[in-house]
Design a protein around this ligand. Structure first.
Ligand code: GLU
Length: 483
């Protein structure tokens, strides 16, 4: 089995692309196959090296290591290179097959259009009408007529001569039998006027020359597949097996896009998601196993991925579920690993940890409550800097008339505790509350808000221990001034 991911480097790796890459990766691993990465940069205007780098980086981050193909640095891997289509174009790989098809009258030069704008407009019109570009007449030009066109300085595109009758069909791994009427298929452009190949043409040549056995891709390509199947036929090549995985919708039922929030893998990385959780979550977008398992151990999906588990109906991207899953993965990580992963986020939050409690102790304290890596600095920042008082908390908790007496009393109490440890702070605080006829909550809440600025957080007495006596007393007096 040889499969590939063939991104166009026109932007970052998005959820949909990452899911396609992941399914191909899993398919290869499950079947001891080869996973290939090919860069499809035939869109000369929109493709950039930076996008290719960004795609490489996101794939590496997700752990989607490829066996052959373009590499972020160093030479390419594999015997079927180059794996970047512009490099292949420079070698004349595509031109050769276009010439062959022209010679066999399976493709023709079309002179109708030589301005890019016209070309796109004409293509769009034809697609709208479901009519065929061949009606322009260029399909039947004599060599003399062609010479005349060229004398006028017209640069032709090369179009595929689509059969006018019959149907094009294939058995799709995900969608079952698919069939198109040939008279609705366009004489699509194979080579642009610049001589550059189009996606449909380059894709078929490369999928064949790279001996790909299975093409698993997004269902936005279903309408390209009949064109590609016809190309295989015209070239006398065997078709690979196709599978078109379901589209991904946002919670509103519309195709997932920017307006649903973060869409690129890089953004999820920046927002504190773990690669392991993303990997697991993406696998469930349009795929499930018979037990509807949700969480997979490392390496388990590579063993369990069956293409029969791909559902043709659309998948819905559910950020809440992804966050939940990330939390599950956070809990599976050791506190040491969380500390390592969270370090860039802590640095970004500007926390100075040279003073204050040991970060690892705090991570252990809050381990159960993290959903995202960004929660680490968010939940722990007040240990390292002055608390930022949440207005709502201040109004709700500090407004009570007994608060000044409590803050003052607790402050005095704490300066007298011998060993400033949770196991001493807790009974002393409770005893003070009882003695002054307050309920525990009446005392605990304002103390918590005074020390952390918020109403929820780590277990109170450990929190107080880690903040330390002098800082605790300092914050209590500051809060007293506020109230
Ligand atoms: N370059 C195409 C894309 O990014 C690849 C489609 C395919 O897998 O054939 O959509």
């Amino acid at each position: 089995m040889r499969v590939r991911f063939a991104p166009s480097p026109t932007g970052h790796l998005h959820i949909g692309g990452a899911r396609t890459a992941l399914f191909n990766y899993l398919l290869a691993r499950r079947n001891n196959g080869t996973f290939i990465l090919r860069i499809e940069d035939t869109d000369e205007e929109r493709s950039t090296k930076e996008s290719a780098q960004s795609i490489f980086e996101s794939m590496k981050w997700l752990g989607l290591n490829w066996d052959e193909g373009a590499m972020p640095e160093g030479p390419e891997k594999g015997k079927d290179g180059p794996y970047v289509q512009s490099d292949r174009e420079a070698l004349g790989i595509y031109r050769k097959y276009a010439d062959q098809l022209i010679a066999e009258k399976k493709a023709y030069k079309c002179y109708c259009v030589h301005e890019k704008y016209d070309e796109e407009r004409k293509q769009a019109e034809h697609e709208k009408q479901g009519s065929r570009v061949s009606k322009c007449g260029c399909r039947n030009l004599t060599p003399e007529q062609q010479a005349e066109m060229e004398k006028q300085g017209r640069k032709p595109v090369v179009r595929f001569a689509m059969p006018e009758e019959g149907r094009t069909e294939w058995d799709d791994l995900v969608r079952g039998h698919v069939s198109f009427e040939n008279n609705l298929l366009a004489d699509f452009v194979m080579l642009k006027a610049s001589g550059y190949p189009t996606y449909n043409f380059a894709c078929v040549i490369d999928d064949h020359l790279m001996s790909l056995t299975h093409i698993l891709r997004g269902d936005d390509h279903v309408s390209n597949t009949p064109l590609q199947v016809q190309l295989y036929k015209a070239l006398g090549w065997e078709c690979p097996i196709f599978g078109h995985i379901s589209m991904i919708l946002g919670p509103d039922g519309k195709r997932l896009s920017k307006r649903h929030g973060a869409t690129s893998i890089g953004e999820y990385r920046k927002n504190g998601f773990l690669p392991e959780a993303m990997f697991n979550y993406l696998a469930l977008l349009g795929w499930s196993n018979s037990e509807s398992q949700q969480i997979f151990r490392p390496g388990e999906l590579e063993q369990k991925f069956e293409v029969s588990g791909c559902q043709p109906s659309p998948a819905v991207f559910d950020t809440e579920k992804l966050i939940w899953m990330n939390g599950e993965y956070m809990r599976m990580l050791s506190p040491e690993k969380i500390m390592e992963y969270a370090m860039p986020f802590i640095k970004e939050a500007g926390l100075d940890m040279s003073k204050g409690p040991a970060l690892l102790d705090l991570i252990k304290l809050e381990h159960e409550k993290f959903h995202l890596l960004t929660d680490v600095p968010k939940r722990l920042d007040f240990f390292y800097k002055d608390p930022v008082y949440d207005q709502e908390a201040v109004e709700k908790v500090f407004r009570k008339p007994e608060v000044p007496e409590i803050l003052k009393g607790i402050s005095e109490l704490y300066s007298g505790i011998e060993m400033f440890k949770a196991e001493n702070i807790e009974p002393a605080t409770r005893a003070w509350a009882k003695e002054h006829k307050f309920k525990n909550g009446q005392v605990f809440h304002p103390v918590r808000v005074a020390l952390s600025g918020r109403t929820d957080g780590p277990t109170l007495f450990k929190m107080i221990e880690y903040i330390g006596r002098s800082e605790t007393i300092k914050r209590l007096s500051k809060a007293l001034e506020m109230v």
